[in-house]
Design a protein around this ligand. Sequence first.
Ligand SMILES: [Zn+2]
Length: 106
Amino acid sequence: MTKKAAVQREKIYECEVKRKRVLPGGGYGSFWKTKTVLDALEDGDSEFRCKDCHGKVKLFRRHVAHAAAPHIEHVDRADSEYCPAGMYFRDATDGRAPRLSEAPVL
Ligand SMILES: [Zn+2]
């Protein structure tokens, strides 16, 4: 067993953003749209979630040392452990199945 020297960080460059639309019967409804984090920032979106597990995410707006572009990371490690985009899920070697967040952003 070797320990990884570098601290791993999640770098997820696509997200879902909450948008509103006019319903056929009148009023507004909301829906989630998938786009890149970069596009979401340029479009001024303010509500984000993980497109794969629907979990809470933290937004990194600026270019930072460990990532090439604005991106998101899971807030809850439990989401990352069972999300196809999560680094803990991808590192898991037990053949676990992905699942949606237990505390999804609705
Ligand atoms: Zn996720």
